[in-house]
Design a protein around this ligand. Structure first.
Ligand SMILES: NC(=O)c1ccc[n+]([C@@H]2O[C@H](COP(=O)([O-])OP(=O)(O)OC[C@H]3O[C@@H](n4cnc5c(N)ncnc54)[C@H](OP(=O)(O)O)[C@@H]3O)[C@@H](O)[C@H]2O)c1
Length: 299
């Protein structure tokens, strides 16, 4: 028989979990939120009557408790439930934050409960869910052994793929997700600004660059980051990089630290992959320093 589930925090993640787990045969025994109206909305979706703004009323009877509040209050919400003896000693208490480790739930662990974190690598933009948002995604899990094995089973039941990570690795794991997702958006924003400055209409910037972006992603998948690198740095074409720096410093000098920082790390990565020599790496590093626009000057 599947464990029963209680949800504290009825926003986007709490709703996605409650709705999808309910559809997979998990009994949702109650939901709680800061505002009772949010809990009542989610209870209505799950077809249950137990909705409250007093979390321990529902957490006591749950085999698994998800604390799906905003990151900043997970620890204090867990503490206040623990102080009210709100966790069964046999419960598994989980949060879904990508940035925080399971150890922020240590107050529940003192009550005898198992603790873990279960972070779906997915963006949940709304509480309106029509399809299973967990299907095929990775769910990063860590915590004590009972929490890890139950989280892995729940991830599989959600049709996701569990990815076990070490507790100490949580901040770096989250930084990786931020770099791959948020910073990709930033990178594209800068590329759009540059191409618009070159005269391409703003509405065409994405469609012009899209095949290049998609081709690069496909190459990374096929041959890995070192071999996927093309362009002036890996060709050792110092003059072209110098031309870029000149043009950017004239048209959009505020973007120079950004450009130079990426030349720096691209050259380092190319050298690591033996695509350029140590001497060529040195040449690129000297170039961005000599042109008075090294990232270090700006910080
Ligand atoms: N959304 C995503 O894309 C995503 C992806 C991966 C992981 N996560 C993680 O999922 C967790 C929840 O994020 P979310 O996006 O679902 O946030 P959200 O949509 O803002 O929902 C958070 C919910 O928590 C409730 N809440 C706030 N303070 C509370 C308290 N003191 N006690 C009880 N409930 C409280 C809010 O209640 P009211 O509605 O009652 O005001 C709100 O419904 C976070 O740890 C986040 O890092 C989110």
């Amino acid at each position: 028989m599947k464990p029963s589930v209680g949800i504290v925090g009825c926003g986007r993640m709490g709703t996605a979990l409650a709705k999808t787990l309910s559809g997979k045969g998990y009994a949702i025994v109650g939901v709680s939120s800061l505002h009772r109206t949010s809990a009542e909305r989610l209870a209505g979706i799950c077809g249950i009557s137990d909705a409250t703004d007093t979390p321990w009323e529902i957490t006591r009877k749950a085999d698994v408790v998800f604390l799906t509040t905003p990151d900043g209050v997970i620890e204090s919400v867990c503490q206040s439930i623990s102080q009210q003896d709100g966790f069964s000693p046999s419960a598994v208490v989980l949060h879904c934050s990508g940035a925080h480790p399971s150890t922020i739930l240590s107050s529940a662990s003192k009550s005898g409960a198992s603790i873990g974190s279960m972070h779906p690598l997915q963006s949940f933009a709304s509480v309106d869910i029509s399809q299973n948002p967990f299907r095929g995604i990775r769910v990063a899990i860590e915590g004590d052994s009972e929490a890890v094995s139950l989280s892995a089973q729940m991830a599989r039941d959600l049709e996701a793929i569990p990815l076990q990570i070490i507790t100490e690795g949580k901040p770096l794991y989250h930084a990786a997700a931020v770099v791959a997702s948020n910073f990709l958006v930033t990178l594209m924003g800068v590329a759009f600004r540059l191409i618009q400055q070159a005269g391409v209409p703003p509405e065409e910037a994405f469609s012009v660059l899209k095949p290049l972006i998609e081709g690069t992603l496909a190459n990374i998948g096929r041959v890995g980051v070192h071999q996927a690198l093309t362009g002036p740095v890996v060709r050792g074409d110092v003059q072209t990089v110098e031309t870029h720096i000149q043009a950017i410093s004239e048209a959009m000098p505020e973007l120079l630290p950004f450009y130079n920082c990426l030349v720096h790390y691209t050259a380092v990565q190319a050298a690591e992959g033996n695509r350029i020599s140590p001497d060529m790496l040195e040449t690129f590093l000297k170039l961005i320093t000599q042109m008075g626009c090294c990232i270090n000057d700006e910080v």
